[in-house]
Design a protein around this ligand. Structure first.
Ligand code: AMP
Ligand code: MG
Length: 488
């Protein structure tokens, strides 16, 4: 959808900075198809001009011209504090293609780069590329990654690294921070334009309702509540849930120091720079709710167009209260499915929570345990279940398996059918940090084969893929504590 707002208080024309001697590091044919790109036999664009475009070196290819590359302004709360103006410091919106926005991340300085160099390093770009596509394959709403282009251009971080450009695709990259920006300037006209743009294109059902802005808020909030529930269900930690990294479409965006849980640790912190654990796994729902409170306060002036100040506050406050309910409902629905339960019983939640507590206490691998759960049958004997050996407190896990098997017996579905369904919600393969690390280290030596292998495995996370079994294993001890920080 075109980002149609114009004016230098909203965006700046920003041609990308050329990247010397670019080469393909990774490419996603399925995203290429989404935007209607014609591919050659090697599954790369037929027109070699695309490499130059996706590196930021030219703005036209074939009949396609990106005549108006822009960077947009937003503000936001970072780690709980108001950070003021931020903006696309290293992302350039090239334009629209098949009604999707095409952005280059790391394509050089923009009007909003502040002290930054506008670049992204190969390491973090590989992580963003792989994770965007892996999340999509897991069925989780996300921005997509079209391509990753590398170069020998050096970039200074803690050490010298090389630059890369990740091209990202989404229906829109509008963030909560865009709303906060115009609200902070008390620019109601811009706020309204932004809300209308979003509503007309993506939330048309709200546009036709009375109190359309309130409905828009509720919908954005509901999408993000469901999004976090989906993250929790696959053990995904975003790492930097600042309000400028939260999509107004409920997509996962801005992959930085994210991480998937290996063993289940409820308070796991994936971002090495997050000393207080603000964005720890168990805090994500609460933090997303907090971000929705930021959105509510930014949208307040829109409600005040039709209601008194007091009524507007009350309407938004009660709308905000729907978040934990929507989240809890979705979390319960998803975890029931992870356990293979088709019907709903009151004790299910307790069953799920008891399991998670035991998994936490015994540091059991989150992904593998849920995947293996589908092997349990209605007539399994608790003491013969191999997974019990992964738990320290055998007595309590034996009781849990007993209760779980009893619960399975109350379901009509057969063991085989349940196994099929469970294996479609409990992935075998996730982007574990140690796997990404191996691919990164090879890529830093100009060998991109492991990026490609991971990309292919993770595009079918629910398939057994026996040849790649080792990619489903938890990390060895020395690979467990890979530190990932904001420096990207
Ligand atoms: P992030 O935490 O990656 O979402 O980034 C927060 C803000 O810093 C955003 O406004 C980014 O555009 C900006 N930023 C991050 N890295 C750079 C960089 N290397 N150059 C310019 N701006 C950056
Ligand atoms: Mg960001």
């Amino acid at each position: 959808m075109p980002f149609t707002l114009r004016g230098d208080d909203v965006c700046q024309v920003t041609p990308p900075t050329p990247l010397p001697d670019p080469y393909w590091v990774a490419f996603s044919p399925s995203v290429a198809k989404l935007i209607g790109l014609e591919l050659g036999d090697n599954d790369l664009p037929k027109d070699p001009g695309w490499l130059a475009v996706l590196a930021g070196n030219q703005l036209h290819v074939g009949t396609q011209t990106f005549s108006n590359p822009i960077s947009t302004v937003y503000s936001g709360h970072q780690f709980g504090s108001w950070a003021g103006q931020l903006g696309d410091g290293r992302a350039i919106l090239l334009g629209d293609i098949n009604q999707l926005e095409l952005q280059l991340k790391g394509a050089g300085r923009t009007h909003y780069s502040r002290m930054g160099d506008g670049r992204a390093v190969l390491r973090s770009s590989i992580r963003e590329f792989l994770c965007s596509e892996a999340m999509h394959a897991l069925g989780i709403p996300t921005s997509r990654a079209l391509a990753l282009v590398g170069s020998k251009q050096s970039v200074r971080r803690e050490t010298m690294e090389t630059a890369a450009v990740c091209s990202r695709v989404a229906p829109s990259f509008i963030r909560i921070g865009h709303f906060e920006h115009f609200a902070s300037l008390q620019n109601v006209t811009r706020l309204q334009e932004l809300a209308d743009l979003l509503m007309n294109e993506f939330y048309p059902e709200c546009a036709s309702k009375k109190d359309s802005y309130l409905e828009l808020f509720k919908e954005i909030s509901a999408r993000n509540a469901k999004l976090v529930a989906a993250w929790q269900a696959v053990g995904f930690c975003h790492g930097v849930l600042n309000s400028d990294n939260i999509s107004a479409l409920g997509l996962t965006i801005d992959y930085g120091p994210f991480g998937f849980l290996d063993h289940f640790e409820i308070d796991h912190i994936c971002n090495h720079s997050d000393h207080g654990g603000r964005y720890a796994y168990h805090r994500q729902p609460q933090i997303m709710h907090w971000n929705m409170a930021c959105l509510a306060s930014a949208m307040l002036p829109l409600l005040e167009l039709e209601h008194s100040a007091e009524d507007s506050q009350e309407l938004l406050r009660s709308a905000l209260e729907e978040f934990p309910l929507t989240y809890a409902k979705e979390w319960q629905r998803t975890f029931r499915l992870k356990l293979g339960l088709q019907s709903e019983q009151d004790d299910d939640i307790q069953l799920i929570e008891r399991l998670l507590q035991s998994m936490h206490d015994s540091k059991v691998d989150f992904t593998n345990f849920f995947r293996s759960l589908s092997n349990i049958k209605k007539d399994s004997k608790p003491l013969a279940i191999p997974q019990r050996n992964e738990f320290i407190d055998r007595e309590s896990i034996d009781q849990w398996f007993t209760d779980y098997i009893n619960r399975l017996q109350s379901e009509l579905i057969s063991d085989d059918d349940r196994k099929d369904l469970m294996n479609r919600v409990n992935p075998k393969y996730i982007l574990r940090n140690h796997l990404a690390q191996v691919a990164i280290e090879k890529a830093q030596q100009d060998d991109f084969s492991e990026v490609d292998t991971l990309f292919k495995i993770l595009s079918k996370p629910f398939d057994e893929q026996p040849t790649f079994d080792s990619y489903s294993k938890p990390p060895a001890l020395d690979m467990q504590r890979i530190e990932v920080s904001c420096s990207s």
